[in-house]
Design a protein around this ligand. Structure first.
Ligand code: PMP
Length: 387
C-alpha cells in the first residue's frame, strides 16, 4: 500500500482507504503542487543524479557563484514566453524570491546617515511577507510604512519610497502598475505569477528591478530558487554583496536541478507545461465561479478576459488564488465562516484588507481542490435551502 504521508487529502490509514469525514481542507498555503502531474509525466527526463565528487568547490570553474548556462536558459525562457525584457539587465540568483525581496529592499534603501529611513509601501491587498519581512529585518535605512494609497497625494519629499508592485497580484490576481511616481520613488516588481498558468501576458515586463521565482513557474517551491533582473549596476552590486555575505550564493545542486527542469520546460518552447498549467487553473476558476454565481453570501474578485501574446488568443482568467468576500453583515469574520465549514483560508487582514475577505489557494493537488469545491458547494446549497 501507499505510505500514509502520500494519502490524498482527507484519506488516511495504511492503504489510504479511510475517509476522514470532518477533515479540514487546507486552502491556506500557496504551495504550487498543481504541476506535479506534469513532472510525473516527465519523470525520467527531468531527473538529476549528482555523484559524491561533483561540484564540491565553492566556485564554478570560471570562479563565479552562478551557472552561466542557467542564466542563459532563463534569458531564453523569458524570450520564449515574452513576459520580461532581459536586455541590458544583470541577473542575481537567490534562495527563492523571499531572499531576493529583502536583498532588493536593502539595496534600494537610503544608506547615508543623513537621510531618513526609506518608506516601504505596498498596495492593499498585498502579499503579507512584504510587511512581515520588512518589519523583522528593519534597520535605520528602511521602515514599513503601510499602504501605498496613503502616500499617493501626500508624498513626503524628504524621504525615499520603495513601492512593492505585484503583478498579477497575490491575492487577487489583478495586473498592477506602480502607483507612486517621482525621483524619490523606487519600485520592486514582484512578478512571481507573471507566467501563462496564472494570467494573460499582454506584453513583456520592462521594469528596472523584477523578481521571479521557480516556485510558481515549475512548482518546485522546495528547491528555493528565484532570480532578479536588474537594470542599475550599483543596485546589482549591492544585491550581489548581500548574496555573497549572507549565503555565498545559491547551492550549486539547486542550480543544477533548475537547469535540468528548465531544459524540459523549454522543449517544444514551453507549450506543454504552460498549456497544462493554464488549463488546470482555468478549469478550477470556472468551476469555483460557477458554484459561487448563485450565491448572495459569497463573491469572487472580477477578472477580465485579456489578450495573451504567448498563446496569441484572448484568454479567460486563471488566477492562483480566489479572493473571496463574505457579503453579509453577520459574516464579517469570513475566515470563521469558512472554518465552520472545515475550510482553512488565509485571513484578509493579513493582506491589509478587511476581515470579510479570505484568500483561498487554488494551487494545491487536484484532490485537495475537488474537496474545497465540494465544501464551497455545500455552503452555497445550505444558503439556498435556507432561502
Ligand atoms: N512573491 C509572491 C507574490 C509570492 O506569492 C511568493 C510565494 N508565495 C513569493 C514572492 C515567494 O516565493 P519563493 O518561494 O520564491 O520564496
Amino acid at each position: 500500500g501507499k505510505p500514509i504521508c502520500e494519502c490524498n487529502a482527507c484519506f488516511n490509514g495504511p492503504d489510504c482507504s479511510e475517509f476522514i469525514p470532518d477533515c479540514v481542507v487546507d486552502a491556506d498555503s500557496g504551495d504550487p503542487m498543481f504541476l506535479e502531474p506534469f513532472w510525473l509525466k516527465h519523470s525520467a527526463s527531468s531527473a538529476v543524479v549528482v555523484p559524491g565528487w561533483h561540484r564540491m568547490s565553492y566556485e564554478f570553474n570560471d570562479g563565479s557563484l552562478v551557472s552561466e548556462e542557467l542564466k542563459m536558459h532563463i534569458r531564453k525562457l523569458h524570450a520564449t514566453v515574452g513576459n520580461a525584457n532581459t536586455d541590458g539587465r544583470y541577473m542575481i540568483f537567490g534562495a527563492g524570491a523571499t531572499q531576493l525581496l529583502n536583498a532588493a529592499v536593502l539595496a534600494l534603501s537610503s544608506h547615508d546617515d543623513s537621510s531618513s529611513p526609506s518608506r516601504i509601501v505596498a498596495s492593499v491587498p498585498f502579499y503579507p511577507v512584504y510587511k512581515q519581512q520588512t518589519e523583522f529585518f528593519q534597520t535605520e535605512d528602511y521602515k514599513f510604512n503601510g499602504e501605498t494609497s496613503r502616500w499617493k497625494d501626500h508624498m513626503d519629499y524628504s524621504s525615499n519610497y520603495i513601492e512593492f508592485v505585484t503583478s498579477p497580484n497575490n491575492p487577487d490576481g489583478q495586473l498592477k502598475k506602480a502607483v507612486l511616481q517621482g525621483p524619490s520613488v523606487k519600485t520592486i516588481h514582484d512578478l512571481a505569477y507573471y507566467w501563462p498558468h496564472f494570467t494573460s501576458i499582454p506584453s513583456p515586463a520592462d521594469e528596472d528591478l523584477m523578481i521571479f521565482t521557480l516556485s510558481k513557474l515549475t512548482g518546485h517551491a522546495g528547491s528555493r530558487f528565484g532570480w532578479a533582473l536588474i537594470k542599475n549596476e550599483a543596485i546589482y552590486q549591492r544585491m550581489l554583496a548581500y548574496m555573497s555575505l549572507s549565503t555565498y550564493g545559491v547551492p550549486r545542486e539547486t542550480q543544477l536541478r533548475v537547469l535540468k527542469l528548465l531544459k524540459v520546460v523549454l522543449e517544444g518552447k514551453g507549450r506543454e507545461m504552460f498549456e497544462f498549467g493554464y488549463e488546470t487553473m482555468r478549469n478550477r476558476w470556472k468551476k469555483l465561479s460557477k458554484i459561487l454565481s448563485i450565491s448572495k453570501r459569497f463573491s469572487l474578485q472580477d477578472l477580465e478576459y485579456q489578450n495573451c501574446s504567448f498563446s496569441k488568443t484572448i484568454r479567460g482568467p486563471s488566477p492562483a488564488f480566489a479572493w473571496l468576500k463574505c457579503e453579509k453583515e453577520e459574516d464579517k469574520k469570513c475566515f470563521d465562516v469558512l472554518k465552520t465549514a472545515n475550510i482553512i483560508g488565509r485571513e484578509g487582514s493579513l493582506f491589509g484588507a478587511e476581515s470579510r475577505f479570505v484568500r483561498l489557494s487554488l494551487l494545491q493537488r487536484q484532490d485537495g481542490f475537488d474537496l474545497l469545491l465540494k465544501r464551497m458547494e455545500n455552503l452555497v446549497l445550505e444558503e439556498n435551502q435556507k432561502g
